[in-house]
Design a protein around this ligand. Structure first.
Ligand code: C5P
Length: 306
């Protein structure tokens, strides 16, 4: 259903943490079969789009200098993919304000792509449904469909097939981004290496996290957090162990490497506990950034049009 086009649109999309990341076998296409519980948290990237003679991108905010501004940027790729799918002219000026830590394993790039999809859909009045946008999103990256979807969802396939998760309650998180990056393919590769050379690792199972979400009890959820990529991430960055231990010692109900890291996610009893833990973790001096956020929050949304 086409809609009235706009001259300028602003959209925003949230960061994610993985409450459980169960990694199955390596597929022939180079991806692993996953069962993961995605959870959108209240840290957002915001994107303005307006018509322009050519596709351009300007990035501001923390870590902006690390974000590519050429055609490899996931938001630019999203514009090009949606333009190709709908027959629109991809000439738009993108202005991106980063609120999600860059290169932290919190799906900031995927959030930017999702924001670009909903923003350009509104700008051009193409009126694609969520399913059609999700198909374009899945071509861009495994996490992009979830950045559109938001909330809490079970991801299967390579992470792009989503089922909403029934749950209750709001959860208070501290997200600590350790110094130094981790490459996602390297972390998956280390898992394959560990599985090939060590005792055969049994993939985790998200049922404990799903039960905890149904109960809404943060204590149960804290105990159930799990990630098959945690051991490989710790093998590549042993200092993350100290960060996880510090969180647990200072009141976190659960501590887990999020995705392929290096962000560590700490679940807290309430906002006051999260504020206190964020102060302790900042004081350790080993983090690039420490943020506090609640979840779940909605996925990519248009916030203003003109
Ligand atoms: O889809 P995305 O671009 O986020 O994936 C980045 C890399 O992470 C892939 O190239 C692959 O090495 C790894 N990956 C994987 N299995 C998945 C998702 C990602 O091995 N299900």
């Amino acid at each position: 259903m086409t809609r009235r086009p706009h001259d300028r649109v602003t959209a925003r999309a949230p960061a994610k943490v993985n409450l459980c990341l169960a990694v199955g076998p390596l597929r022939e296409d180079g991806f692993h079969e996953l069962q993961t519980v995605f959870h959108a948290v209240g840290l957002f990237d915001e994107l303005d789009v307006e018509r322009a003679p050519a596709l351009t991108l300007t990035v501001t905010g923390e870590g902006a200098s690390e974000v590519p501004t050429d055609s490899t940027n996931l938001a630019a790729r999203a514009v090009a993919a949606l333009a190709a799918a709908t027959g629109q002219d991809p000439g738009v000026a993108l202005t991106l304000r980063k609120g999600i830590p860059v290169a932290g394993g919190m799906a900031g790039g995927s959030a930017d792509a999702a924001a670009a999809l909903v923003a350009c859909d509104a700008l051009w009045g193409t009126g694609l449904g969520r399913d059609e946008l999700s198909d374009v999103a899945a071509q861009l990256g495994s996490d992009v469909p979830f950045s559109l979807h938001g909330g809490t969802a079970l991801g299967t396939g390579r992470g792009e097939r989503l089922t909403p998760v029934l749950g209750q309650g709001e959860f208070s998180w501290v997200l600590a981004l350790a110094d130094g990056g981790l490459s996602t393919p390297d972390v998956y590769g280390e898992l394959d290496r560990q599985r090939a050379t060590g005792p055969v690792g049994v993939a985790l199972d998200p049922s404990g996290v799903l039960a905890a979400l149904r109960s809404g009890d943060p204590v149960l959820l804290g105990r159930a957090l799990c990630n098959d990529l945690q051991e490989p991430a710790l093998a590549l960055r042993p200092a993350l162990r100290l960060l996880l231990d510090a969180g647990s010692e200072h009141g976190a109900l659960g501590a887990v490497v999020s995705g392929s890291g290096p962000t560590c996610a700490f679940l807290c009893r309430d906002t006051a506990a999260a504020v206190a833990l964020a102060a302790v973790l900042s004081g350790l001096g080993v983090c690039r950034t420490v943020r506090r956020a609640d979840g779940p929050v909605p996925g990519a949304r248009v916030v203003s049009t003109s």
